[in-house]
Write a protein that binds this ligand. Structure first.
Ligand code: FES
Length: 283
């Protein structure tokens, strides 16, 4: 079980409160498909209501989808996540906060997307934290191909996914997408602050990117990525890594075995939630 399944005590209380608010607000949708799961404005640095793009939560108790991480390939074919430049911004009340956000494919992408499940306290989620942003293979995987063909901490390379259009492992349909369990911005930080990442390379992502401005900018060569912290109680879901997944309608989706939440990495939706404030007060 992941050691940071639960946030710290004080964060857990705030998180649970946010989940309860989500339950009451989950029915609200707009024509654009947005659902507001909380309306409380956070106090502290960088908290508050945030709109983000997510792998849709299609079943189970999770209140909302997994936040997407925009991707790029470097000149040598290694996969990187995009982290916006940080800047100081003065608020209406005269305080100054450090934020990291950018316009990408018609969407405001912000590092606030990752401020839940205790991650808001992590050094590697601070807007001005400097990391190389490469995706690296995680020790925490149940995928045989990854265990057999890659090394822990090795950077993810596009060549390791050449068979993505046909790949399968007996769970769900072959050719749906090739996954890997990775970490991001975590190679030099305490293991308790590791950011678990799900990446999938799929022809479905390529097809969707051809018709959507955000996906065209936030995916690359069929790769898509998410912060892999279940929005229910912060377990680590998996794509095609559990023989139980088909029993819960998740044969070709991402499945959280803790309480059977299901996420669809090929159905990207707009969602809102209350990002938890970072512990520092830089204002
Ligand atoms: S469904 Fe409960 S932690 Fe994922």
């Amino acid at each position: 079980m992941d050691s940071d399944k639960y946030p710290t005590e004080s964060d857990r209380r705030r998180f649970v409160k946010g989940v309860a608010g989500g339950a009451t607000m989950a029915a609200i949708t707009t024509a654009a498909g947005a659902a507001v799961e909380g309306t409380t404005t956070g106090v502290g640095s960088g908290g508050g209501t945030v709109t983000y793009r997510a792998a849709k939560n299609t079943d189970g108790p999770a209140p909302r989808g997994l936040p997407q991480i925009p991707l790029e390939l470097d000149d040598e074919g290694y996969l990187k996540g995009v982290w916006p430049e940080s800047e100081e911004r003065e608020l209406d009340d005269g305080t100054t906060v450090t934020i990291a956000e950018m316009e990408l494919g018609g969407v405001t992408y912000s590092t606030q997307w990752f401020q839940y499940c205790g991650c808001q306290t992590f050094q590697n989620v601070q807007p001005d934290g400097e990391y190389d942003n490469y995706m690296r293979y995680s020790a925490n995987t149940r995928l045989d191909w990854q265990s057999e063909q890659t090394s822990i901490g090795e950077r993810v390379h596009v060549d390791q996914f050449e068979d993505y259009a046909e790949w399968g492992n007996g769970i769900g349909e072959d050719g749906y997408g090739k996954p890997a369990n990775c970490t991001w911005r975590s190679q030099e930080v305490d293991s308790e602050e590791t950011l678990p990442i799900q990446i999938v390379r799929s022809t479905r992502v390529e097809e969707a990117a051809a018709e959507d401005e955000w996906l065209a900018e936030s995916t690359v060569d069929g790769f898509i990525a998410f912060l892999n912290k279940c929005t229910h109680f912060c377990c680590i879901p998996g794509f095609k890594d559990s023989s139980d997944a088909p029993k819960f309608g998740a044969a070709n989706k991402s499945y959280c075995g803790c309480h059977q939440s299901v996420y669809d990495p090929f159905d990207i939706v707009e969602r809102s939630f209350t990002a938890l404030p970072r512990p520092d007060t830089d204002g």
